[in-house]
Unconditional design. Structure first.
Length: 210
């Protein structure tokens, strides 16, 4: 008796055998190259994030540590997790426990953290989406999904106007996580529940001159 895995893989092989042997050209005639001035991108990105019920804190780059510390203090955070490559200067004003994530950091310890602080790769103003790509300052996916509060630092220079423009900045080979507000879902009666599949609270620190 074959396993479910064997069944699925067998169907994939059958489908590939029936697929055309020649390369298929994928049309990519969608609109690209859109740009917006910094002020308009910031306003649009902020509007979308707030609509998703995220909290937004624009600041100058030299105030990053101050703003992060203030956010963590207001949320009563005493233990944070950070990816191994996060800029240490961003935490210079924070006086709580800092735990650096790694492959041997178990899920149970992640669950005991009050918050996680990460950088980001790209943002999309049109959709209010933040992209994490697993770079040293962003860490693995579990780190940004398990703690209940995610403080994410976004450089305005990395925020693109639209989706094609944002995707074009990504490295296809990197594992990408897309974040559009706090984790949320709705039941059949459209009752919204937050924190089911990830952080209940998302705080975005936008460095306007970085």
């Amino acid at each position: 008796m074959s396993s479910s895995r064997d069944t699925v893989l067998g169907r994939v092989r059958d489908a590939l055998a029936l697929a055309p042997a020649h390369a298929v050209t994928i049309p990519r005639d969608y609109r690209t190259g859109r740009v917006l001035p910094d002020g308009e991108r910031l306003a649009l990105f902020t509007d979308r994030l707030l609509d998703y019920r995220a909290s937004v804190h624009p600041c100058a780059a030299d105030r990053t540590a101050e703003v992060i510390a203030d956010v963590l203090r207001k949320h009563g955070v005493r233990r944070i997790g950070v990816p191994p490559g996060l800029d240490a200067r961003w935490l210079s004003r924070y006086d709580g426990e800092v735990h650096h994530d790694g492959p041997d950091f178990p899920a149970a310890r992640l669950d005991a953290l009050d918050a996680v602080v990460t950088a980001s790769a790209v943002g999309c103003a049109e959709t209010g989406t933040i992209f994490l790509d697993g770079s040293p300052g962003q860490g693995r996916r579990a780190l940004s999904l398990v703690p209940d509060l995610h403080v994410c630092v976004v450089d305005l220079s990395a925020v693109a106007a639209g989706v094609p423009e944002a995707v074009s900045r990504l490295v296809p080979e990197r594992p990408t996580t897309l974040i559009s507000g706090p984790s949320a879902t709705s039941d059949i009666e459209l009752e919204r529940v937050e924190g089911v599949h990830g952080p209940r609270t998302l705080v975005v620190v936008i460095r306007t001159d970085a």
